[in-house]
Design a binder for this molecule. Structure first.
Ligand SMILES: [Fe+2]
Length: 203
């Protein structure tokens, strides 16, 4: 059985004007799809057919299969992190934000700085570490799915293909637009159960 391109969890027009339908057509329909296609092309030759996506990421040697499978997983997680009408954080998540950062505004500005200054392609991550929120970045296609014990809560794609159609070279404008308007706090709260890795996995 082949891996599939998971459908977007929202309408392709739903994130405009912060993320346009054209960006989603390219980012999801072409970039994400290409990671699916290349993973499917390479998985049999590596003898990893029948494994789950996360198992492929962990078993593949460094190289094209690992990179494409990791990017397939990263994007499948990323789309779930976005929502056109996210409700503000409540409950345990609100408490973790308060104890770790003092306020949601400080969390978002700290995350935004990390995302903006990340050199080259990669991903900014909000993770759970030792019961506390932590912000980090990973390079290129590197992924929490490859790091034992890394608990992903939220991510932002800072590859140029994520923003060039809507924002040209202005990564900070893209980062601010997404963080101020499209964060799916419900998904972040859900991932406090440490089940985030499975939410972008495929059997
Ligand atoms: Fe991307």
């Amino acid at each position: 059985m082949s891996f599939i391109l998971p459908p977007l969890p929202f309408d392709r027009e739903a994130l405009a004007p912060h993320m346009s339908a054209e960006t989603l057509d390219f980012h999801h329909g072409k970039h994400h799809k290409a990671y699916v296609d290349v993973t499917n092309e390479l998985v049999n030759a590596a003898g990893l057919q029948g494994k789950s996506l996360v198992e492929v990421i962990r078993a593949a040697k460094p190289g094209p299969l690992h990179n494409n499978a990791a990017q397939l997983w990263n994007h499948s997680f990323f789309w779930q992190c976005l929502s056109p009408a996210g409700a503000p954080p409540t409950g345990r998540l609100a408490q973790l934000i308060e104890s770790g950062f003092g306020s949601t505004e400080v969390l978002l500005s700290t995350f935004g700085e990390e995302a903006e200054k990340h050199f080259g392609s990669g991903w900014a991550w909000l993770v759970l570490e030792d019961g506390a929120l932590k912000i980090t970045t990973l390079h290129d296609g590197d992924t929490p799915a490859a790091h034992e014990g890394m608990v992903p809560l939220f991510t932002l794609d800072v590859w140029e293909h994520a923003y060039y159609i809507d924002y040209r070279n202005a990564r900070p404008h893209y980062v601010e637009a997404v963080l101020n308007n499209l964060v799916n706090w419900d998904f972040i709260a859900l991932n406090l159960d440490e089940g985030g890795i499975e939410r972008a996995d495929q059997k």
